[in-house]
Design a protein around this ligand. Structure first.
Ligand SMILES: [Ca+2]
Length: 352
């Protein structure tokens, strides 16, 4: 707050304000400067947005001893500061997206790459599906997640390519990548809306779901200045069906800012079976694995032991889309005990 004296000086142009923001998502700090000499005056543009500070209440989820043939449910408690989205001007509903964690990738080394670009340096990769909860299995979708070590200003700066192999598609692989409607040359109506486009190769021919699932006209999903992204794609569009529910995939990233030295990242082979997932993360709902990011959300996680142990899953990946930087992606360890002890016979050879 400015004092009455400062307000009078400000009106008389005897006072300047220094506006500082340590990071894009930080609180603006405004300091009065009593000018005794002329100061250079510059226009200031700020586009502040509400920022949540949500996190899981525990770093690991312990299922205890689980039975092999059934899904064991456990509550994953959430904590922190949510956003009050009940009234203007803060109508943004903070979103939490939940996935099976399938890769934890290290930071790229500056010594290897000329110019490390944190916005394409992959940290986490996740996948999930609503196959088990959707009424018509033909409508099932696959959801991919990526989290990087640094934010992009706009998704147009970066490209993430999920390359998907199934046992039935004739193409070597399908690609799911972030793009825009305007890039789709086959579409009559062009727009700059961000989408998750699918492709059989170089040419992206399908319109795809909106990036972060929801249309920007309906829901603010914080696509700009972020380091987490959600890709939604119809399962049948990448060759999956009830008869062929499993696939393998990899992820590569590239910078689209024009510098060839900004080499991308690569995460090798991962696998997922939408009909037999290791983790059930939909909380019973059909549609996207997106929830209000609030301590009041009761997030139930189901563990199916055998698929989980054989799928290569490494835990739970949570994306807090509306958190500030550095805190948006969280990995939660899944702990469990096998239901029975394995007793092996001991054989001893006797005699000479
Ligand atoms: Ca990396």
């Amino acid at each position: 707050m400015l004092s009455p004296r400062d307000l009078a000086l400000l009106a008389g142009k005897g006072l300047s304000l220094r506006v500082e923001a340590a990071a894009p998502a930080s609180v603006l700090k405004i300091t009065p400067i009593h000018a005794t000499v002329p100061v250079l005056k510059l226009p200031v543009y700020a586009a502040p947005r509400p920022v949540a500070d949500m996190h899981v209440a525990q770093a690991a989820l312990d299922f205890g001893t689980v039975s092999a043939g059934a899904t064991t449910m456990k509550l994953l408690p959430l904590a922190g500061a949510t956003l009050d989205f009940s009234a203007t001007p803060t109508t943004t509903r903070p979103l939490l997206a939940v996935f099976e964690l399938h890769a934890v990738d290290p930071r790229q080394q500056d010594s290897v790459l000329q110019d490390n670009v944190p916005s394409i340096d992959v940290q986490y990769v996740g996948v999930t599906s609503d196959y088990l909860t959707v009424a018509n299995k033909e409508d099932a979708r696959i959801f991919f997640a990526v989290a990087t070590y640094g934010p992009w200003s706009t998704p147009n700066e970066v490209r993430f390519n999920f390359r998907i192999s199934t046992s039935v598609t004739s193409a070597p692989y399908m690609i799911v990548a972030n793009s825009t409607d305007g890039f789709m040359t086959s579409l009559g109506a062009r727009s700059d809306a961000f989408i998750a486009a699918t492709s059989t190769g170089y040419y992206f021919s399908n319109s795809g779901d909106p990036l972060n699932v929801y249309r920007p006209a309906d829901v603010q999903t914080a696509v700009f200045n972020n380091n987490v992204m959600v890709f939604s794609v119809p399962a049948k569009e990448i060759g999956l069906s009830a008869a062929n529910p499993a696939f393998a995939f990899s992820l590569d990233s590239e910078s689209r800012t024009g510098d060839w030295r900004n080499m991308g990242d690569y995460v090798g082979r991962m696998t997922y079976n939408m009909a037999k997932p290791g983790l059930s993360l939909m909380n019973g709902q059909a549609g996207a694995p997106l929830f209000t990011d609030s301590p009041a959300t009761q997030l139930q996680v189901g563990l199916n032991l055998v698929p989980y142990a054989t799928s290569g899953a490494q835990g739970i990946l949570l994306l807090h889309l509306h958190n500030g930087s550095e805190t948006r992606a969280e990995a939660v360890t899944v702990n469990y005990h096998w239901p029975t002890e394995i007793r092996l016979p001991i054989m001893r050879q006797t005699g000479p």
